[in-house]
Design a protein around this ligand. Sequence first.
Ligand code: HEC
Ligand code: HEC
Ligand code: HEC
Ligand code: HEC
Length: 438
Amino acid sequence: MEYSMKHIRIAMFTLFLFATTGVGLAEASQNVSLVYFGNLNGELEPCGCAEESNLGGIRRQAYIVGEWRKKHPELVLISTGGLLTSEIASDRTKSEYIVKGISAMNFDAVGIQWRDLAYGNEFLRVAPVPWVSSNSQKTGFSASQTVQRKNLQIAVLSWLEPGDAGAMAMMESAPEVSPAAVQKKLSDAKTKGMLTVLMTTLPLADAEKQFKLSDVDVLLVRPVDENYATPRLKNGTLILQPGTRGMRIGSVDLTLNEKHKVTKFEPTVMKLPADVPDAPELDGWYKDYTAALKEDYLRRVEIRKTLNEGNTDFVGAEGCQSCHAKEHEIWGGTQHSHAFEKLEAVGKIFDPNCVGCHSVGYDKPGGYIDPSLTAGLQGVQCENCHGAGRAHVESGGTKPLPNKDWEPVRMCGQCHVGSHSPSFAFDKYWPKIKHEKQ
Ligand code: HEC
Ligand code: HEC
Ligand code: HEC
Ligand code: HEC
């Protein structure tokens, strides 16, 4: 139903375009706008810990795609895959919602990378996505996707690079079709006058060795950076390299000749900072995602409760106050003591991706569990840096704290890392929270 509606809208838009611009039919049919993404790497949304890293997220991507579709209803939307992550238990839930979110964005083709197969092939069918995996029949996904735009047909293929034997042994889907067979598909498509798009995680030099690029009109190579590389034409093949982690969105408007080779291209890359709105059509999806995370989290609380009975090494900052009133007062005036409130303000106190650095001893015996059981362990406290203090307290301060021999910078490095604190420098940060005796 929706499909045909879309086509009616496209037809009307085209008529309008001809009437107002006078662009001829033959010419118009040979332009195509390609919107492309690379390795999302499990970034469903940015953490928002710092302004500089508050970029990206599926809801912002979907919003921009929606806006661009208003201008170019026929734009072609593809992803090289590499969407999912599988590092901590809750990543499964996150990955499930990434697939659903991608499904809602109506992609034309989405490649499959090894990381996408971490939960098995069936997992990727939780929602309809036009997956493409050109050299693995065992995955059961299409070997190519054909995208039709007016009288232009686009063949999208994706090469799953064998390389990683460990990953292949784990997955059910070792590639069993050679580059030559994929090459044949590409040259057949070219013979039929199609525009050919090949996606791969190979770098350009290796892709050139494996494939004859004269059959490839658009090649998407391995992304290496958060930013998009500048597209370029090489011997008639347009080389695209998307950015990682969904922080930006890129498109190229292509002009094609009669053989449907790219003759001209106009690239656009947009950043996705916090002032890009969230796509309203994903509101329900996002609510469900947050609820699913909470449910996951609470299930784990039950497990931890039984593990933790009678086993609390952490005392909380209140337990240090009586003997270290001065340090306690200084700490109370720092952002650390409010770190949990910041999570509350963004509705993330049940997200295990966040709680660890915003509470004391999360995931450790006797550490933070949830607001009802361990309210005293919210925020960044003394024991995040000095280690669990029970033995020190009960010995009247004679037993040293577990982290006594840690370099201060190592303490900070538990949390002030990467995108969570991009401008961290010990010399700049320590003076703001400093409390050594002197
Ligand atoms: C009953 C009193 C008492 C309590 C409660 C107490 N301390 Fe101490 N703490 C001491 C004494 C005494 C020393 C040794 C002081 C000195 O030599 O200057 C000490 C030393 C320290 C030191 C420096 C030596 C080291 O082992 O690194 C740190 C850090 C410290 N305490 C942190 C804490 C923290 C964190 C808490 C709460 C978890 C806490 N203390 C609770 C009495 C206490
Ligand atoms: C690896 C540790 C770590 C994780 C995980 C983490 N944070 Fe943070 N967060 C930090 C640090 C460190 C800062 C302080 C950054 C700075 O000022 O340099 C911070 C700051 C914040 C702030 C305050 C920003 C401000 O402008 O005041 C918010 C809100 C926040 N984080 C939310 C989150 C959310 C939501 C998640 C999960 C998606 C998360 N954090 C996960 C370490 C972490
Ligand atoms: C963000 C990490 C961090 C937090 C939070 C923190 N401290 Fe410290 N603390 C340090 C560092 C780093 C030092 C300096 C250690 C050094 O210079 O070797 C220090 C020094 C101390 C000392 C003095 C040790 C000495 O011998 O000079 C005491 C006592 C102490 N902290 C107690 C506390 C108490 C009590 C709290 C909570 C109310 C607290 N700290 C919170 C990191 C932290
Ligand atoms: C357990 C995780 C954790 C550790 C360990 C940690 N921090 Fe933080 N830090 C945070 C979080 C989370 C915030 C954000 C708090 C907020 O904005 O409410 C933060 C904020 C700060 C800020 C405030 C930033 C600002 O712009 O005002 C400073 C300064 C800071 N940390 C210094 C340090 C230093 C220095 C160390 C090591 C001695 C350290 N932190 C260790 C988690 C941590």
